[in-house]
Structure formats: structure tokens, C-alpha cells
Design a protein. Structure first.
Lengths: 226, 422
């Protein structure tokens, strides 16, 4: 069963009089529980595709089905809801909120989901333990290493129990051994049933994914599906 | 459940503000001083107007006060050598007023004189009012010792006197002085009572108890001292003939006060060639005082709005800077799934918490200042419930009004752009 289906997705950026065609008719489906690596040269449209996948952005044309629901025409509030319930983001630059503790960062999605304080604290602690940071709950991001920060980001992405994890170069700011540890964690999450879609430039990182998709100039260049 | 989430949001806001303690404090100051000055000014204003109302009420709200004044022509000719000024209210005026109006309940005439007086070994010049027994009913004052004189003593020109608290103090008279003899001018009087001094003054009407030392029956004053009062000033000698200095009139009902006063004015006008009298109505002053208070409140309100406006702009300025500074945070929250509305609420709560906290501190300041003023300057101040609640709610309102724009601009941030923001 496909959790995600892109049907002729176009994304055009208007730059004054100039038009940048970031996505040029993308047709693709991702099965539930699959693990994808999206690869391709810089500027090929990977991040653009990821933003649309994560409902941070809307396609200029085409249809996007998420869990069989057409989300291409939803309004801002509904897209926020989908991000909150279905999607967990992991970024290259971690994107933790610096003034909040690890605990509070992980609690964020739970806060927006409306959980009470007691319940959020409990779940956030659980997630921190899962990513191996049970002893860092009261630290601020600035007191953590890059690998630890990315673990916090993963814990935060998982806290709302989304079906899909979207990761844009999650190991881009990490050394190779730390990167591998993060990939082990993602592989483990995939084995637990999460659908993971990850952008990467590094073949050895892409090797963790079961499927690979190559982009070029806003098109899908090739697909390796297992 | 819903309420606990609201309280949690407020705590989150406070936590965020505490991250920048100095900045939050400085931002708050505008509202602190705005609210503080409003509360303090309202307290001072309220105190002043309450004092004015008190004074007016001491004059009696059903009373009309008719006073003698020196007409302008008299004023200029009185500098002439050995000229005698004749002006003011007459005994006949008193009679006409007493008998001419059906709405008048009581009338008390008053004559002011100054006489060298002696009690025991103290010799002083006393200011004395010659009046009838009605005075004590029209301008009621607490009797501290003894009694006031009665109608019989009044009619019989008895040699009795009632001291005011003020006069008693000057003469070192006490409770034991009652029954003793005081020499006023060349005549002897029995001290029969001491009454409390209260200064009733409002606008240009006054019953200055504080400047009166003693009361003597009017008929006694007429009989003993006559109507001519002479005074030596800078070598020249001026003489005045004033029969009555004041006539106090009590009207039966408050509704009839203004109309009766107009009637008295008309009557006096027909008998006096010159305008050497004045008719005053404390009730009218009461209304005037209320109008003045309204004006005062409008002026205060404007000053307050300006200072709160400045405070609000200060908050808005800092919050706009804060939104820019926290663009990335906003992007992160939006990516996680926060709706625009929730971002607005987050920032709005911070501004409202800031302005409300400023309001509370300002309130404390605004209550402390009048207390200090009352303590040191002995000026009456009154803090009313409204003068506390109004600025408080306004400060909450300031937070909402001046927080809306920064909050809205925070919500407008495009999450994709914000996430790339450094
Ligand atoms: N907000 C935008 N406005 C205008 N053009 C944009 C915008 N975002 C992306 N583009 C353009 O769209 C194209 C695809 O960009 P995208 O970020 O998806 O590339 P990418 O594959 O993620 O590249 P990289 O590997 O460098 O991250 C690029 O040409 C880029 O300049
Ligand atoms: Mg990219």
C-alpha cells in the first residue's frame, strides 16, 4: 500500500520575470514502511520535493495523495495539522530551539497535539531514552555535540508518533562515524515500521536505505526499488 | 483542562521573558510609569475633588449664602481721607428675605467685628460673629463643651458668648472656662460654650470658622458696638458702615434652592443701587465641582493615554525585534505543526504578560506615590476601586493592541524561509 503518491507534481518559483522550475512533473509512489534515499546534484529539486512531501509547501500543479487523502489543495491550518500528526522532520542543521532544554524541545509536538504537561513529560523522557539521551534532558542544545543534537531532533520528530520521517541530509553536519550511528538509529526506526525518506549526497549513507531515487533538473532520473 | 492549558501558556510566556530579564524589565518600564502615573494622578485628583465636595457640603447643600461685598466704586473711593464706606446687606434685607419667600425655612444674619478681648491674663484681638441662634442650626457644628445660646438670650441681648475651638485655643480656654467671664472691648460676657471649628470654603463662598474666634447674639453686638467699624491703616483712618456681612438662608427642598436664590438676587437688586452683595449657592458649586472633576478626568485620561501609548509602542518595538530574532524558532514550530493562530497566541501572551506585569508594578507604584504625598505634603488622596481596575485593564489592553502586529508578523513568517534563517 502506498503512503505517498505524487501525480504530475510541478513546482515553479517566480523570481520577478524569471521562472525557476524546481519540479517538472514528478510521478512517484512510496510504500508504507519503505526507506528511501533521494539523491541528485545540487539544485535538482530534492529539498523542494521534500518540502512538498512534508506539507511545508504546496505544489504549483499536480496532485499529492498522503494516506489516500488529496492534500495538494488544503489550507494552511489543515497542512499544519498534517505536519503535526503524520510527519516528523529531521534537518541537516538540527533546528532545535536554543533556549529550550532537550526535554522541552522533544515536548514541542506534544504541546501542539494538546497533551497535558504530565503526559508530555513522560513521553518526551521515553523518546530521549530511545535515542540514548536519557541523561541529557535538562541540557540546552548548545551543551550537546552534533550527534547528540541530531538525536534530540530525531526524538522530537518521533514524539508525535508520525507515520513518516523526512530527513534532509541528516548526516550532512556530522563526521562519518557519528553519521553512521544516526543512520543505525534511522534504520532501526524503519524496522519498527516508520516510512523514512531521506536526502543525501553520500553513497555510503544512501546505502542504508532500501530504495534510492535520483533527481535531475526537477525530474526523476532513475529509481532503484527493492 | 482548557483553563490549565491557558495557565501553562502564560507560564511558557513568562519563561521566555525571563530568558531576557533586563530587556523584559526595560520594556515593561513604559507601562510601569504609565500606569503608575495614572493611578497616582487619579488618587490626587480624587482626593482634591473629595475635599472640595466636603467643603461644599459643610456649607450645606440646601443653603444659600448672601454676602456683602464692596462695590467697585466704593473700593476706589475708600482710599480717600476720612471717607466712610457704606455698603452691603442691611437689617431690612434680612427681614425682607425672612418674610418674602415661602420656600425659605430659616435665615441667619451675621455681622463680623474685631475686638480686643481678655480672658484671665490673655489679651488678644478676637474675630467675632454677631448672629442669631439660627446660625447654629444652619451651619451645625459639634458642641465640644457647654451649649450655644438660645432664642431668649438672642432677643434679650444677653452678654453671652460661644467660643470656637480655634478661639478657645488662642485664649487658652478649656472646658473649665465655661461660666467664666471674658472681656470683649469694654464689656463683660459669660462664656457658655465651645464649638468645633471647621473651615467650610468652596469657590468664593466661605464660612471661615478657622478665622472666627467667638459668637455673640446679634442684638447684643448691635447694642454694644454699633454698626460703624473704623480701622487705622498707614496713618489714614478708614471707616466702614456695614450692617450685615452675611445672611445664610436655608431652603426647604434642594429642588427649590436655585430658584429661591434667583428670587433673592432679584429682590436685592431692586433695593440696592449698587451691586454690593453676592448670592452664592453651594449646590451650584457642587455641580460646578463635579463638572471640574469631569474635565480633570478627561485631561488626566489624555495624559494617561499618551504615556500608555508610549509604553505600548515600546513593547511593540521590542516584540518586533524579538520576532526577527526568533524567526528560526517560528519556522521550527511551524514545521512541527504549529498553526498560525498558535504562533499569534504565543507572542500575544508574551506581550500581554509583559504589559500586565508592568501594570501590576505600576499599580504598586501608583498606590505608593499618593501615600507618600499624603504623608509628607498632608494632601488628601483617595484611591478608588475604579482608579485601580481601569489602568489595570488598560494595561492588559495595551498588551493586546500593541502585541497584535508583532504577533501577526510572526505568524506570517514562511516556515521554509524561516528554517533557512540564520
Ligand atoms: N524559495 C525559492 N525561490 C526561488 N527559487 C528557489 C527557491 N527554493 C529553491 N529554488 C530553486 O529551485 C531549485 C531546486 O532547489 P532545491 O533546494 O530543491 O535543490 P536541492 O536539490 O535541494 O539542492 P541542494 O542539494 O543544494 O540542497 C534550485 O534551482 C533553487 O535555486
Ligand atoms: Mg537541498
Amino acid at each position: 500500500m502506498n503512503i505517498i503518491r505524487f501525480d504530475n507534481i510541478h513546482k515553479t518559483y517566480e523570481m520577478g520575470t524569471q521562472q525557476v522550475k524546481a519540479l517538472n512533473g514528478v510521478n512517484v509512489s512510496f510504500a508504507k514502511g519503505s526507506f528511501w534515499a533521494i539523491m541528485g546534484p545540487s539544485g535538482s529539486g530534492k529539498s523542494t520535493m521534500m518540502n512538498i512531501l512534508g506539507c511545508l509547501d504546496r505544489p504549483t500543479s499536480g496532485q499529492y495523495f498522503l494516506e489516500d487523502q488529496d492534500v495538494s489543495l488544503l489550507n494552511d491550518d489543515s497542512l499544519s495539522d498534517i505536519r503535526l500528526k503524520y510527519v516528523g522532520f529531521i534537518f541537516q542543521s538540527f533546528n532545535l530551539i536554543p533556549q529550550l532544554t532537550v526535554q522541552r524541545n522533544i515536548e514541542l509536538p506534544l504541546y501542539y497535539l494538546g497533551l497535558d504537561a504530565e503526559e508530555s513529560r513522560k513521553q518526551a523522557k521515553e523518546m530521549a531514552l530511545k535515542v540514548g539521551l536519557g541523561d541529557r534532558l535538562n541540557h540546552r542544545p548548545s551543551e550537546l555535540s552534533g550527534g547528540q543534537m541530531q538525536r534530540v531532533a530525531i526524538a522530537r520528530a518521533l514524539a508525535g508518533e508520525p507515520h513518516i520521517i523526512l530527513a534532509d541530509e541528516p548526516t550532512g553536519n556530522l563526521d562519518s562515524s557519528t553519521g553512521e550511528q544516526i543512520m543505525d538509529l534511522l534504520a532501526e526506526l524503519n524496522s519498527e515500521g516508520k516510512t523514512i525518506i531521506m536526502i543525501t549526497h553520500e553513497p555510503n549513507i544512501a546505502a542504508y536505505a532500501k530504495n534510492r531515487l535520483h533527481m535531475k533538473d526537477g525530474f526523476i532520473d532513475s529509481i532503484e526499488e527493492n | 483542562m482548557k483553563q490549565s492549558r491557558f495557565i501553562r501558556n502564560i507560564w511558557l510566556g513568562i519563561e521566555n521573558l525571563l530568558l531576557h530579564k533586563l530587556r523584559s524589565f526595560l520594556t515593561m518600564l513604559g507601562v510601569v510609569f504609565g500606569v503608575g502615573s495614572v493611578v497616582a494622578m487619579l488618587a490626587v485628583g480624587e482626593g482634591a475633588s473629595k475635599e472640595a465636595l466636603n467643603q461644599i457640603q459643610k456649607l450645606g447643600s440646601n443653603n444659600i449664602i448672601v454676602s456683602s461685598i464692596k462695590s467697585i466704586e466704593e473700593e476706589s473711593s475708600s482710599t480717600q481721607h476720612s471717607h466712610m464706606s457704606i455698603y452691603g446687606l442691611t437689617y431690612l434685607d434680612h427681614e425682607r428675605i425672612s418674610e418674602g419667600f415661602k420656600n425659605i425655612r430659616k435665615v441667619a444674619p451675621a455681622k463680623l467685628i474685631r475686638k480686643e478681648s481678655r480672658l484671665g491674663s490673655n489679651t488678644l484681638e478676637l474675630r467675632i460673629v454677631g448672629t442669631t441662634q439660627e446660625w447654629f442650626e444652619l451651619v451645625p457644628r459639634q458642641i465640644l463643651a457647654g451649649r450655644v445660646y438660645n432664642k431668649k438670650e438672642d432677643l434679650e441681648s444677653s452678654a453671652v458668648t460661644v467660643l470656637t475651638e480655634y478661639g478657645a485655643r488662642k485664649l487658652l480656654a478649656t472646658r473649665n472656662t465655661i461660666g467664666q467671664t471674658i472681656k470683649i472691648g469694654g464689656d463683660y460676657f459669660e462664656v457658655i460654650g465651645i464649638i468645633k471649628s471647621e473651615s467650610g470654603q468652596a469657590g468664593n463662598i466661605q464660612i471661615p470658622d478657622q478665622q472666627i474666634d467667638a459668637y455673640i447674639p446679634l442684638s447684643t453686638v448691635r447694642q454694644y458696638y454699633g454698626d460703624i467699624f473704623s480701622k487705622r491703616t498707614a496713618g489714614s483712618r478708614t471707616r466702614e458702615l456695614v450692617e450685615l456681612h452675611q445672611i445664610i438662608v436655608q431652603v426647604d427642598k434642594t429642588e427649590n434652592v436655585v430658584q429661591t436664590a434667583a428670587g433673592i438676587e432679584r429682590m436685592l437688586q431692586s433695593f440696592h443701587e449698587k451691586k454690593d452683595y453676592e448670592v452664592n449657592v453651594p449646590l451650584a458649586l457642587l455641580k460646578q465641582a463635579e463638572a471640574t472633576k469631569r474635565t480633570f478626568n478627561i485631561v488626566l485620561g489624555s495624559i494617561a493615554s499618551i504615556s500608555l501609548l508610549v509604553g505600548g509602542i515600546g513593547i511593540m518595538n521590542i516584540m518586533l525585534a524579538s520576532v526577527t530574532e526568533r524567526t528560526r524558532e517560528i519556522g521550527i514550530r511551524r514545521a512541527i505543526g504549529a498553526k498560525r493562530k498558535q504562533i499569534i497566541i504565543q507572542f500575544l501572551i508574551e506581550t500581554v504578560v509583559l504589559s500586565t506585569l508592568g501594570g501590576i508594578v505600576g499599580l504598586a507604584l501608583g498606590i505608593a506615590i499618593p501615600c507618600i504625598i499624603t504623608y509628607f505634603a498632608k494632601m488628601p488622596t483617595v484611591i478608588t476601586v475604579e482608579s485601580i481596575l481601569l489602568p489595570f485593564f488598560i494595561s492588559v489592553g495595551v498588551g493586546i493592541v500593541f502585541g497584535l502586529y508583532p504577533a501577526a508578523s510572526a505568524a506570517k513568517v514562511d516556515p521554509i524561509v524561516a528554517l533557512r534563517h540564520e
